[in-house]
Design a protein around this ligand. Structure first.
Ligand code: HEC
Ligand code: HEC
Length: 324
C-alpha cells in the first residue's frame, strides 16, 4: 500500500485555491488550543484485555503458508520502528486517544472535505512533533498472504473530539527507506457516520477509495500484530484496538476518481452475517474483502468468540472459491 502512487491533478493544479485557505484558517484556530493534553477526554480502561497472539489455526483458508518471520528479531523490529524518529514513538500516555480541541464551527452537520483534510494534516503534524500517542506493530493482515509478504511496519495513533474520530497510520515495509502517511477520518456529525480515507502526500491529503475498501470494509481495522513480540506498547495497542472495535457503524466515502467497485457477492453465511450485515455491528462483507477474511478467520480472530466448526470452514472456503 505504500507503493500507491495516484497522480492528484486536482491538488497539484490548484496551489492557491480550494482547501488550502480553510486549512490555514482552521489550522490557526486549532493551533491556538494546542498542544494537546493526552490526559483529557473520555476515561479509558488502561488495562484492556491483551490482544491474543497471532497463531494460524490451520483452516486451509490461507493462499500462502502462514509467515512467522523467524529472521525478523525484536531488535531489528525496534530499530526499524525507531527510524521514524525515536522521540515520536513509545510516548507516555493516560488516554490512548489524544483529545483534539473542539471543532471551530459550532453545531456542524456534515464536515466539509476541506475540514476532513485539515484533521488529517493536523494528525500528521502532531505525530511529527512528538505529540501523538502511537502504538507500533507489524500488522498481521498486511504482512500475511501475497500482498506484501514481508514485515509491514505500522505506527498508529488515534485522536478525537466530539465531531470526528481521526486515525493516522505511518507505514513502511521493512525494506523501504521512507515512511508513508495514511489517515482515516470518521465524520461523527452524519448519520450514519461517514469514513474518509486518504494518503497524505507532500502536497496534502489525497482521498482514496477502492484501494482502501478491500481491507477496510467497516472503516478502521482493529489492531492485530503479526507476532506477539512485534508490538511496542502492547497495552496501548489493546486500548486503541478496543476503541476501534467499538466504533460507530459507518459508511465509506468514495471520492469521484475512485468510485465504489463492484464488491462481488455478499457473504451471507449466518455465522458471519449475524454481525456483518446491513443492520449488524459491522458492514456486509463481499468477495472483494477475501484477503482480510482469509487472514482473520485463519488466525482465529473471527468470529470473535469461538472457532468455526470444520463444516463451517468448508462452507466459507467454498464461498471464497466462488462456488455457489
Ligand atoms: C491489505 C489490506 C489493507 C489495505 C489495502 C489498506 N489497509 Fe489500512 N490497515 C490495514 C491493517 C491490517 C491495519 C492495522 C492493523 C495493525 O497494525 O495491526 C491498517 C490500519 C490503518 C490505519 C490506522 C487505523 C486502523 O484502521 O487501525 C489507517 C489510518 C489506515 N489503515 C489507512 C488506510 C488507507 C488510507 C488505505 C488506502 C490508501 C488503506 N489503509 C489500505 C490493512 C490495509
Ligand atoms: C459476534 C459478531 C461477529 C461475528 C459472528 C463475526 N464477526 Fe467479524 N468482526 C466483528 C467485529 C466486532 C469486528 C471489528 C473488531 C475486530 O476486528 O476485532 C469484526 C471485523 C471483521 C473483519 C475486518 C473488517 C471489519 O469489519 O472491521 C473481517 C474481515 C471479519 N470480521 C470477518 C468475519 C468473518 C469471515 C466472520 C465469519 C466467519 C465473522 N467476521 C464473524 C464481529 C463479528
Amino acid at each position: 500500500m505504500s507503493t500507491l502512487d495516484h497522480p492528484s491533478p486536482r491538488i497539484a493544479g490548484r496551489p492557491s485555491g480550494g482547501w488550502f485557505r480553510p486549512v490555514l484558517f482552521v489550522g490557526l484556530l486549532v493551533a491556538a488550543v494546542f498542544p494537546v493534553r493526552a490526559t483529557d477526554g473520555p476515561t479509558k480502561d488502561k488495562n484492556p484485555k491483551p490482544i491474543a497472539p497471532a497463531v494460524s489455526t490451520g483452516t486451509g483458508l490461507l493462499l500462502e503458508p502462514a509467515l512467522t518471520l523467524p529472521e525478523f528479531t525484536w531488535e531489528k523490529f525496534a530499530a526499524a520502528m525507531a527510524s521514524v524518529g525515536p522521540e515520536k514513538i513509545q510516548r507516555p500516555w493516560t488516554n490512548p486517544v489524544v483529545t483534539l480541541p473542539p471543532h471551530p464551527r459550532a453545531d456542524v452537520k456534515g464536515l466539509t472535505e476541506a475540514e476532513v483534510k485539515t484533521y488529517m494534516t493536523e494528525a500528521k503534524r502532531l505525530f511529527s512533533r512528538g505529540e501523538a500517542v502511537p502504538l507500533s506493530d507489524v500488522g498481521l493482515i498486511s504482512t500475511q498472504e501475497d500482498v506484501i509478504r514481508k514485515p509491514m511496519l505500522n505506527h498508529i495513533a488515534a485522536f478525537s473530539n466530539s465531531v470526528a474520530r481521526v486515525y493516522l497510520l505511518v507505514q513502511k515495509t521493512a525494506t523501504d527507506t521512507g515512511w508513508s502517511y495514511f489517515s482515516i477520518v470518521q465524520d461523527l456529525t452524519r448519520t450514519p457516520v461517514l469514513d474518509y480515507f486518504a494518503e497524505l502526500k507532500k502536497e496534502g491529503p489525497k482521498f482514496e477509495g477502492t484501494s482502501c475498501y478491500k481491507c477496510h470494509s467497516s472503516g478502521p481495522l482493529a489492531i492485530h500484530p503479526a507476532r506477539e513480540d512485534l508490538v511496542l506498547d502492547a497495552p496501548l495497542a489493546a486500548a486503541i484496538g478496543r476503541h476501534i472495535a467499538e466504533q460507530p457503524r459507518s459508511r465509506f466515502f468514495f471520492p469521484e476518481d475512485s468510485p465504489k467497485p463492484d464488491p462481488g457477492k455478499p457473504l451471507t453465511l449466518k455465522f458471519c452475517a449475524r454481525c456483518h450485515a446491513e443492520d449488524g455491528d459491522r458492514d456486509v462483507l463481499h468477495q472483494v474483502h477475501s484477503h482480510p477474511i482469509r487472514v482473520l478467520v485463519d488466525f482465529g480472530y473471527m468470529p470473535p468468540n469461538r472457532r468455526l466448526k470444520p463444516e463451517e470452514i468448508a462452507e466459507l472456503k467454498a464461498w471464497l472459491e466462488h462456488k455457489p
